[in-house]
Design a protein around this ligand. Sequence first.
Ligand code: AFP
Length: 281
Amino acid sequence: MQEIYDAIQKSAIVIAEMIAHDDSGYSENQNATGDTQLELDIRSDKVIEEAFAPLTSIKELASEEKEGPHPLHAGGKYLIGYDPLDGSSLADVNLSVGSIFGIYENDYSGKNLKAAVYVVYGPRIEMVTADENGVQLYRVARDNRFHFIRKLSLGTQGKLNAPGGTQKNWAPWHKELIDGFFAEGYRLRYSGGMVPDLHQILIKGGGIFSYPGTSDVPKGKLRKVFEVFPFAFVYEKAGGEAIDGRQRLLDLECAHIHDTTPCFFGSKEEIKKVRNVYANH
Ligand code: AFP
């Protein structure tokens, strides 16, 4: 596992440099989900693929930016599902973006996730790993290397509310749930970047992030393998919960590698409120 974390760190330094100084325009291509790809999406994907290529512990790679999985080493133990540059459309307005990695065994199901990693490219470059040792925060120092900072955990309740999705297409009961948090004094914290938005709640110790099914996108926008399962793993290891409104996200099956799901990540008290509202719909 450590060689995978090391490769992620190596690619993160290169990607951070690209974000800071290179073109953030659109390419001619679309990814499997139909999103038009930014040059940065394509180049970040290539940097990560090259960093993973020599690692014999990796059997296969599955990127959000590619249609299907890409075999690496037949004797490898791990399958890695990753989003090379999540929130890339925010790079041109100089907001934080991130890379997300799910490290699976046997298949890309939530129950077979063995570790999750994400990198935040912001005023600081930070990496969070979640595995059997818990949730660890690392940060790049002046030596341009990642250093361990501290363990991360979620309290039972927070103050931050990150409500995703197009509000005019929310179900009435979802609007009631979100407005209820604001009526309790929660602060709005939503940038449109899943990685910094979930990182903020984790660092601050609690709150709720939601990206529900909506009338226009009933199955939600966020992808199970590349985004949702890894963050569900991180949040559960940090003492929080992650559900689709009713079920635990990591118990969900995945019919296709690019499947999406409604998702809620947060502290236990907030997730209890989500369950109460969604139980009746
Ligand atoms: P992009 O990768 O197209 O910028 O989308 C980012 C994202 O996949 C995820 O990072 C955000 O949480 C979510 O979309 C934001 O979606 P909305 O713009 O619909 O709120």
